[in-house]
Design a binder for this molecule. Structure first.
Ligand SMILES: [Fe+2]
Length: 388
Protein backbone atom coordinates (compact mmCIF):
# COMPACT_ATOMS: atom_id res chain seq x y z
CA UNK A 1 0.00 0.00 0.00
CA UNK A 2 1.35 3.41 -0.93
CA UNK A 3 1.90 5.54 2.12
CA UNK A 4 -0.63 8.39 2.21
CA UNK A 5 1.88 10.70 3.88
CA UNK A 6 4.46 9.98 1.21
CA UNK A 7 2.03 10.79 -1.62
CA UNK A 8 0.96 14.05 0.00
CA UNK A 9 4.51 15.07 0.74
CA UNK A 10 5.67 14.40 -2.78
CA UNK A 11 2.74 16.42 -4.17
CA UNK A 12 3.62 19.23 -1.74
CA UNK A 13 7.27 19.22 -2.85
CA UNK A 14 6.43 19.16 -6.57
CA UNK A 15 4.03 22.10 -6.35
CA UNK A 16 6.27 24.18 -4.08
CA UNK A 17 9.33 23.56 -6.26
CA UNK A 18 7.42 24.63 -9.36
CA UNK A 19 6.99 28.17 -7.98
CA UNK A 20 10.77 28.52 -7.63
CA UNK A 21 11.24 26.93 -11.06
CA UNK A 22 9.06 29.62 -12.65
CA UNK A 23 11.42 32.25 -11.20
CA UNK A 24 14.64 30.70 -12.53
CA UNK A 25 14.88 33.03 -15.55
CA UNK A 26 14.54 36.15 -13.38
CA UNK A 27 17.27 38.58 -12.43
CA UNK A 28 17.41 39.76 -8.81
CA UNK A 29 16.01 43.13 -9.97
CA UNK A 30 12.96 41.45 -11.56
CA UNK A 31 11.96 39.89 -8.23
CA UNK A 32 11.04 43.17 -6.55
CA UNK A 33 9.25 45.11 -9.28
CA UNK A 34 5.58 46.14 -9.02
CA UNK A 35 4.91 48.20 -12.16
CA UNK A 36 1.15 48.42 -11.50
CA UNK A 37 -1.12 47.79 -8.53
CA UNK A 38 -2.39 44.56 -10.11
CA UNK A 39 1.08 43.02 -10.64
CA UNK A 40 2.69 41.93 -7.39
CA UNK A 41 6.46 41.44 -7.21
CA UNK A 42 7.57 37.83 -7.81
CA UNK A 43 9.28 37.73 -4.42
CA UNK A 44 6.03 38.77 -2.76
CA UNK A 45 4.22 35.79 -4.36
CA UNK A 46 6.97 33.43 -3.14
CA UNK A 47 6.67 34.75 0.40
CA UNK A 48 2.88 35.11 0.51
CA UNK A 49 2.23 31.48 -0.53
CA UNK A 50 4.68 30.42 2.21
CA UNK A 51 2.93 32.67 4.74
CA UNK A 52 -0.31 30.86 3.83
CA UNK A 53 1.07 27.46 4.95
CA UNK A 54 2.65 29.01 8.02
CA UNK A 55 -0.50 30.87 9.05
CA UNK A 56 -3.20 28.30 8.29
CA UNK A 57 -1.33 25.09 9.18
CA UNK A 58 1.88 25.44 11.17
CA UNK A 59 1.02 28.27 13.57
CA UNK A 60 -2.36 26.87 14.71
CA UNK A 61 -1.74 23.12 14.39
CA UNK A 62 1.98 22.39 14.84
CA UNK A 63 2.82 22.34 18.52
CA UNK A 64 5.81 24.49 19.49
CA UNK A 65 6.14 26.01 16.02
CA UNK A 66 8.34 29.12 15.93
CA UNK A 67 7.43 31.69 13.30
CA UNK A 68 10.31 32.24 10.86
CA UNK A 69 9.93 35.97 11.38
CA UNK A 70 7.03 37.50 13.34
CA UNK A 71 6.99 40.56 11.01
CA UNK A 72 6.21 38.48 7.96
CA UNK A 73 2.51 38.32 8.82
CA UNK A 74 2.31 42.09 8.30
CA UNK A 75 4.39 41.95 5.12
CA UNK A 76 2.82 38.97 3.36
CA UNK A 77 -0.83 38.85 4.37
CA UNK A 78 -2.72 39.63 1.18
CA UNK A 79 -6.28 40.60 2.09
CA UNK A 80 -7.24 38.69 5.25
CA UNK A 81 -8.88 41.19 7.60
CA UNK A 82 -9.06 38.36 10.15
CA UNK A 83 -5.28 38.65 10.56
CA UNK A 84 -5.28 42.43 10.91
CA UNK A 85 -3.06 45.13 9.42
CA UNK A 86 -0.79 44.51 6.48
CA UNK A 87 1.33 46.29 3.88
CA UNK A 88 -0.89 48.14 1.39
CA UNK A 89 -1.20 46.27 -1.87
CA UNK A 90 0.23 49.22 -3.82
CA UNK A 91 3.34 49.18 -1.59
CA UNK A 92 4.36 45.56 -2.10
CA UNK A 93 7.04 46.72 -4.55
CA UNK A 94 8.56 48.98 -1.88
CA UNK A 95 9.82 46.02 0.12
CA UNK A 96 13.51 45.87 -0.75
CA UNK A 97 13.86 43.83 2.45
CA UNK A 98 13.55 40.97 3.20
CA UNK A 99 15.94 40.12 0.39
CA UNK A 100 15.18 37.48 -2.22
CA UNK A 101 17.69 35.21 -0.46
CA UNK A 102 15.84 35.60 2.86
CA UNK A 103 12.58 34.76 1.13
CA UNK A 104 14.03 31.57 -0.28
CA UNK A 105 15.29 30.78 3.25
CA UNK A 106 11.73 31.36 4.49
CA UNK A 107 10.39 28.93 1.89
CA UNK A 108 12.96 26.32 2.87
CA UNK A 109 12.19 26.74 6.59
CA UNK A 110 8.44 26.35 6.12
CA UNK A 111 8.86 23.45 3.66
CA UNK A 112 11.03 21.65 6.18
CA UNK A 113 8.52 22.24 9.00
CA UNK A 114 5.57 21.15 6.85
CA UNK A 115 7.43 17.98 5.83
CA UNK A 116 8.13 17.15 9.49
CA UNK A 117 4.55 17.96 10.45
CA UNK A 118 3.05 15.78 7.73
CA UNK A 119 5.39 12.91 8.47
CA UNK A 120 4.93 12.89 12.24
CA UNK A 121 1.23 13.52 12.75
CA UNK A 122 -1.98 11.68 12.32
CA UNK A 123 -3.52 13.68 9.52
CA UNK A 124 -7.21 14.24 10.16
CA UNK A 125 -9.47 15.35 7.35
CA UNK A 126 -9.32 18.99 8.43
CA UNK A 127 -5.50 19.07 8.15
CA UNK A 128 -5.64 17.28 4.79
CA UNK A 129 -8.12 19.87 3.54
CA UNK A 130 -5.88 22.71 4.72
CA UNK A 131 -2.84 21.25 2.97
CA UNK A 132 -4.87 20.78 -0.22
CA UNK A 133 -6.11 24.37 0.08
CA UNK A 134 -2.54 25.62 0.54
CA UNK A 135 -1.45 23.75 -2.58
CA UNK A 136 -4.40 24.98 -4.67
CA UNK A 137 -3.62 28.49 -3.44
CA UNK A 138 0.04 28.07 -4.45
CA UNK A 139 -1.10 26.95 -7.92
CA UNK A 140 -3.33 29.99 -8.27
CA UNK A 141 -0.34 32.14 -7.44
CA UNK A 142 1.81 30.29 -9.97
CA UNK A 143 -0.51 31.59 -12.66
CA UNK A 144 -0.56 35.10 -11.17
CA UNK A 145 3.23 34.94 -10.92
CA UNK A 146 3.49 34.19 -14.65
CA UNK A 147 1.09 37.02 -15.50
CA UNK A 148 3.03 39.43 -13.28
CA UNK A 149 6.43 38.38 -14.63
CA UNK A 150 5.05 38.91 -18.13
CA UNK A 151 3.89 42.40 -17.15
CA UNK A 152 7.24 43.29 -15.57
CA UNK A 153 9.24 42.15 -18.62
CA UNK A 154 6.64 42.96 -21.28
CA UNK A 155 6.24 46.61 -20.30
CA UNK A 156 9.99 47.12 -20.11
CA UNK A 157 11.07 49.10 -23.21
CA UNK A 158 13.79 46.50 -23.87
CA UNK A 159 11.19 43.68 -24.08
CA UNK A 160 13.53 41.13 -22.49
CA UNK A 161 12.74 37.47 -23.18
CA UNK A 162 11.63 35.32 -20.27
CA UNK A 163 12.65 32.13 -21.99
CA UNK A 164 14.55 31.19 -25.12
CA UNK A 165 12.62 27.98 -25.50
CA UNK A 166 9.90 27.28 -28.01
CA UNK A 167 6.71 29.19 -27.47
CA UNK A 168 3.94 26.66 -26.95
CA UNK A 169 1.46 26.58 -29.80
CA UNK A 170 -1.53 28.79 -29.03
CA UNK A 171 -3.57 27.85 -32.05
CA UNK A 172 -6.86 26.19 -31.40
CA UNK A 173 -6.71 23.13 -33.67
CA UNK A 174 -10.47 22.76 -33.96
CA UNK A 175 -12.03 24.28 -37.05
CA UNK A 176 -14.35 26.99 -35.80
CA UNK A 177 -17.97 25.97 -35.89
CA UNK A 178 -20.99 26.66 -33.75
CA UNK A 179 -22.10 23.76 -31.55
CA UNK A 180 -25.82 23.54 -30.85
CA UNK A 181 -26.98 22.87 -27.31
CA UNK A 182 -30.64 22.12 -26.76
CA UNK A 183 -32.81 23.73 -24.14
CA UNK A 184 -33.09 22.01 -20.81
CA UNK A 185 -32.54 21.90 -17.11
CA UNK A 186 -28.84 21.31 -16.49
CA UNK A 187 -26.83 20.64 -13.33
CA UNK A 188 -24.31 23.41 -12.58
CA UNK A 189 -21.57 23.35 -9.98
CA UNK A 190 -19.15 20.89 -8.45
CA UNK A 191 -20.26 17.52 -7.28
CA UNK A 192 -18.25 14.53 -6.30
CA UNK A 193 -14.84 13.63 -5.03
CA UNK A 194 -11.81 15.87 -5.15
CA UNK A 195 -11.09 19.47 -4.39
CA UNK A 196 -13.08 22.52 -5.37
CA UNK A 197 -13.34 26.05 -4.00
CA UNK A 198 -16.33 27.00 -1.87
CA UNK A 199 -17.96 29.08 -4.64
CA UNK A 200 -18.16 26.05 -6.97
CA UNK A 201 -20.17 24.05 -4.43
CA UNK A 202 -23.92 23.84 -4.35
CA UNK A 203 -24.68 21.80 -7.47
CA UNK A 204 -28.02 23.15 -8.70
CA UNK A 205 -30.24 23.01 -11.75
CA UNK A 206 -30.30 25.87 -14.23
CA UNK A 207 -32.66 26.22 -17.17
CA UNK A 208 -30.99 27.15 -20.46
CA UNK A 209 -32.68 28.30 -23.63
CA UNK A 210 -31.30 26.64 -26.77
CA UNK A 211 -28.01 28.25 -27.76
CA UNK A 212 -24.96 27.82 -29.94
CA UNK A 213 -21.38 28.22 -28.82
CA UNK A 214 -18.23 28.45 -30.91
CA UNK A 215 -15.95 25.44 -30.80
CA UNK A 216 -12.92 27.76 -31.01
CA UNK A 217 -11.54 30.86 -29.40
CA UNK A 218 -11.30 34.15 -31.27
CA UNK A 219 -7.91 34.44 -32.99
CA UNK A 220 -5.53 37.38 -33.34
CA UNK A 221 -6.38 37.57 -37.03
CA UNK A 222 -10.11 37.81 -36.33
CA UNK A 223 -9.56 40.50 -33.71
CA UNK A 224 -7.33 42.41 -36.12
CA UNK A 225 -10.35 42.77 -38.41
CA UNK A 226 -12.19 44.45 -35.54
CA UNK A 227 -9.27 46.87 -35.05
CA UNK A 228 -9.05 47.57 -38.78
CA UNK A 229 -12.78 48.21 -38.93
CA UNK A 230 -12.19 50.87 -36.25
CA UNK A 231 -13.98 48.90 -33.56
CA UNK A 232 -12.18 50.93 -30.91
CA UNK A 233 -13.69 54.13 -32.34
CA UNK A 234 -17.35 53.03 -32.57
CA UNK A 235 -18.98 54.02 -29.28
CA UNK A 236 -22.13 52.02 -30.07
CA UNK A 237 -20.23 48.74 -29.56
CA UNK A 238 -19.13 49.59 -26.01
CA UNK A 239 -20.55 49.75 -22.53
CA UNK A 240 -20.32 53.32 -21.25
CA UNK A 241 -17.80 52.16 -18.65
CA UNK A 242 -15.73 50.37 -21.29
CA UNK A 243 -15.80 53.38 -23.63
CA UNK A 244 -14.55 55.61 -20.82
CA UNK A 245 -11.88 53.03 -19.91
CA UNK A 246 -10.41 52.68 -23.41
CA UNK A 247 -10.45 56.42 -24.08
CA UNK A 248 -9.09 57.42 -20.69
CA UNK A 249 -6.25 54.91 -21.10
CA UNK A 250 -5.82 55.42 -24.85
CA UNK A 251 -6.37 51.70 -25.56
CA UNK A 252 -6.58 50.77 -29.25
CA UNK A 253 -5.35 47.15 -29.17
CA UNK A 254 -4.91 44.25 -26.71
CA UNK A 255 -2.30 44.58 -23.98
CA UNK A 256 1.27 43.93 -25.23
CA UNK A 257 0.39 44.72 -28.89
CA UNK A 258 2.63 47.26 -30.70
CA UNK A 259 2.33 48.57 -34.25
CA UNK A 260 5.93 48.75 -35.51
CA UNK A 261 7.05 49.48 -39.08
CA UNK A 262 3.60 48.79 -40.49
CA UNK A 263 3.17 45.47 -38.68
CA UNK A 264 1.50 44.30 -35.48
CA UNK A 265 3.83 42.76 -32.92
CA UNK A 266 3.22 41.56 -29.39
CA UNK A 267 5.32 40.76 -26.38
CA UNK A 268 5.67 37.03 -25.77
CA UNK A 269 7.87 34.97 -23.44
CA UNK A 270 10.51 35.02 -26.19
CA UNK A 271 10.40 38.80 -26.46
CA UNK A 272 8.71 40.95 -29.10
CA UNK A 273 7.33 38.84 -31.96
CA UNK A 274 5.12 39.37 -35.00
CA UNK A 275 1.48 38.54 -34.35
CA UNK A 276 0.51 35.02 -35.41
CA UNK A 277 -2.92 35.40 -37.01
CA UNK A 278 -4.10 31.89 -36.11
CA UNK A 279 -3.12 32.05 -32.43
CA UNK A 280 -5.81 32.57 -29.83
CA UNK A 281 -6.22 36.20 -28.85
CA UNK A 282 -4.94 37.01 -25.37
CA UNK A 283 -4.80 39.85 -22.82
CA UNK A 284 -8.07 41.64 -23.41
CA UNK A 285 -10.48 43.16 -20.92
CA UNK A 286 -14.12 42.16 -20.53
CA UNK A 287 -14.98 45.53 -22.11
CA UNK A 288 -13.09 44.58 -25.28
CA UNK A 289 -14.53 41.05 -25.30
CA UNK A 290 -18.04 42.51 -25.12
CA UNK A 291 -17.41 45.12 -27.84
CA UNK A 292 -15.92 42.47 -30.15
CA UNK A 293 -18.97 40.23 -29.66
CA UNK A 294 -21.24 43.23 -30.41
CA UNK A 295 -19.29 43.94 -33.58
CA UNK A 296 -19.77 40.30 -34.67
CA UNK A 297 -23.48 40.66 -33.80
CA UNK A 298 -23.00 37.75 -31.39
CA UNK A 299 -22.53 37.60 -27.62
CA UNK A 300 -20.40 36.08 -24.87
CA UNK A 301 -21.74 32.87 -23.30
CA UNK A 302 -23.07 32.84 -19.75
CA UNK A 303 -20.98 30.85 -17.29
CA UNK A 304 -23.78 28.25 -17.18
CA UNK A 305 -23.83 27.83 -20.97
CA UNK A 306 -20.06 27.47 -20.88
CA UNK A 307 -20.14 24.74 -18.23
CA UNK A 308 -22.84 22.76 -20.03
CA UNK A 309 -20.99 22.96 -23.37
CA UNK A 310 -17.45 22.57 -21.97
CA UNK A 311 -17.05 18.86 -22.58
CA UNK A 312 -17.66 19.50 -26.31
CA UNK A 313 -15.15 22.38 -26.53
CA UNK A 314 -11.40 22.51 -26.75
CA UNK A 315 -10.37 24.78 -23.93
CA UNK A 316 -7.51 25.42 -21.57
CA UNK A 317 -5.60 28.06 -23.51
CA UNK A 318 -7.35 31.19 -22.28
CA UNK A 319 -9.53 32.29 -19.43
CA UNK A 320 -12.73 32.98 -21.31
CA UNK A 321 -14.79 36.00 -20.33
CA UNK A 322 -18.45 35.17 -19.77
CA UNK A 323 -21.35 37.58 -19.53
CA UNK A 324 -22.08 36.32 -15.99
CA UNK A 325 -21.47 38.45 -12.92
CA UNK A 326 -19.60 36.68 -10.11
CA UNK A 327 -22.43 35.79 -7.71
CA UNK A 328 -23.04 33.07 -5.12
CA UNK A 329 -24.67 29.81 -6.15
CA UNK A 330 -27.86 28.86 -4.28
CA UNK A 331 -27.06 27.83 -0.74
CA UNK A 332 -23.57 29.40 -0.76
CA UNK A 333 -22.19 29.98 2.73
CA UNK A 334 -18.81 31.45 3.55
CA UNK A 335 -16.55 29.05 5.44
CA UNK A 336 -16.11 29.93 9.10
CA UNK A 337 -12.91 31.77 10.03
CA UNK A 338 -10.31 33.46 7.85
CA UNK A 339 -10.79 31.05 4.92
CA UNK A 340 -14.29 32.50 4.58
CA UNK A 341 -12.54 35.55 3.13
CA UNK A 342 -11.16 33.52 0.22
CA UNK A 343 -13.92 34.08 -2.36
CA UNK A 344 -17.20 35.26 -0.85
CA UNK A 345 -16.21 38.85 -0.19
CA UNK A 346 -15.26 39.32 -3.85
CA UNK A 347 -18.76 38.63 -5.16
CA UNK A 348 -19.35 42.16 -6.37
CA UNK A 349 -18.47 44.05 -9.55
CA UNK A 350 -16.50 41.20 -11.08
CA UNK A 351 -17.16 38.97 -14.08
CA UNK A 352 -16.73 35.20 -14.23
CA UNK A 353 -14.14 33.66 -16.53
CA UNK A 354 -14.30 29.97 -17.40
CA UNK A 355 -11.79 27.45 -18.71
CA UNK A 356 -8.11 27.67 -17.90
CA UNK A 357 -5.08 29.23 -19.56
CA UNK A 358 -1.68 28.16 -20.81
CA UNK A 359 -0.39 29.32 -17.39
CA UNK A 360 -2.82 27.21 -15.33
CA UNK A 361 -1.20 24.09 -13.84
CA UNK A 362 -2.85 21.01 -15.36
CA UNK A 363 -3.86 19.57 -11.97
CA UNK A 364 -5.59 22.87 -11.17
CA UNK A 365 -8.12 22.74 -14.04
CA UNK A 366 -11.79 21.83 -13.63
CA UNK A 367 -14.95 22.17 -15.72
CA UNK A 368 -16.67 23.84 -12.77
CA UNK A 369 -13.81 26.29 -12.02
CA UNK A 370 -15.04 29.87 -11.63
CA UNK A 371 -12.32 32.44 -12.07
CA UNK A 372 -13.24 36.10 -11.64
CA UNK A 373 -11.75 39.48 -12.43
CA UNK A 374 -12.80 43.08 -12.65
CA UNK A 375 -13.88 43.95 -16.20
CA UNK A 376 -10.86 46.17 -16.94
CA UNK A 377 -8.24 43.49 -16.18
CA UNK A 378 -5.98 42.72 -19.18
CA UNK A 379 -2.77 41.34 -17.68
CA UNK A 380 -4.25 37.88 -17.10
CA UNK A 381 -4.32 35.29 -19.90
CA UNK A 382 -7.83 36.18 -21.07
CA UNK A 383 -9.56 35.48 -24.37
CA UNK A 384 -12.93 35.36 -26.14
CA UNK A 385 -15.35 32.60 -27.13
CA UNK A 386 -18.57 33.63 -28.84
CA UNK A 387 -22.12 32.36 -28.47
CA UNK A 388 -25.49 33.09 -30.01
FE1 LIG B 1 -3.16 34.51 -2.10
Amino acid sequence: MINKHHVLLSKYKDIREHSAFLCLPLSIEDYGAQPILDASPPKWHLAHTTWFFETFILAPHCQGYDLFNPSFGFLFNSYYESFGDRVKRANRGHLTRPTVEEIYDYRQYVDHKISEFLANNRLDSHILELVEMGLQHEQQHQELLQADIKYILGTNPLFPAYSNGEESKKTDPAKAQFIEISEGLYPIGFEGPGFCFDHEKGCHKTYLHPFEISSSLVTNGEYLEFIQDKGYEKHGLWHEEGWTFINHNNIRAPLYWHFIDGQWHHYTSRGLQKIEHNDSLCHISFYEAYAYAEWKQLRLPTEFEWEVAASKLSWGMRWEWTQSAFLPYPGFRKEPGALGEYNGKFMINQMVLRGASEATPVSHRRLTYRNFFHPHIRNQFTGIRLAQ
